[in-house]
Write a protein of this length. Structure first.
Length: 199
């Protein structure tokens, strides 16, 4: 079974989204500021254009990913990425109410209603020996509280948003400690940092 990781692109003041879900244009500038093109599997997401250092890291991490876990909010906000996640892997969606217009499971999306442990277990079943990536925000918080996370990754960008949504909002299991950084990569307009969760 592969490891379970989470992370997010974060401002210098610790937010993965600004007030009222703003600031994404600033947080994700690094997705388009380089010369190396990385295609996406989503018909709604343009190819990324990254710096060489960022592209090398993302290609490796995407290649090791076997499944994703996201919440229903992100699934709806992105309109299901046009039918396929950009990373081209099956996405497990944790939700109280599966959509009526889709099957409960197919090669693109699997809907789980039994909680974060069940969602991660289903993603691990799909991923096999590969990594399960859990979306940041609520999913990350629930995984950390449940002791399910092995690593976290931060894409730290040089912007201050002044408020918004932190990566681990309302975390009940504090303090949480991490080892590392186990990886530190300087891209253009972003620093990629990886930590191991202390169990």
């Amino acid at each position: 079974m592969g490891k379970v990781i989470t992370g997010g692109t974060m401002s210098l003041d610790g937010y993965i989204a600004g007030p009222n879900e703003s600031g994404f244009d600033l947080l994700f500038q690094w997705y388009g500021n380089g010369d190396v093109e990385i295609p996406t599997a989503s018909p709604d997401v343009s190819p990324l254009r990254l710096s060489a250092a960022s592209a090398k890291l993302l290609k490796e991490e995407w290649g090791n990913t076997g499944a994703l876990v996201v919440g229903r909010h992100l699934y709806d906000m992105t309109s299901a990425w046009g039918g396929r996640h950009p990373m081209d892997v099956t996405t497990v969606v944790l939700t109280h109410r599966p959509p009526q217009d889709r099957p409960v499971a197919d090669e693109n999306f699997v809907f789980v209603t039994e909680g974060i442990e069940a969602a991660v277990a289903k993603a691990q079943e799909i991923a096999g020996e590969k990594t399960v990536v859990v979306n940041g925000g609520q999913m990350a918080r629930q995984c950390l509280e449940a002791g399910l996370l092995d690593e976290i990754g931060i894409e730290l960008v040089p912007v201050v948003l002044g408020g918004g949504t932190p990566l681990f909002a309302d975390l009940g299991a504090t303090p949480a400690q991490f080892d590392g950084p186990i990886t530190l990569v300087e891209g253009t307009g972003v620093t990629h940092i990886r930590y191991r969760v202390k169990k």
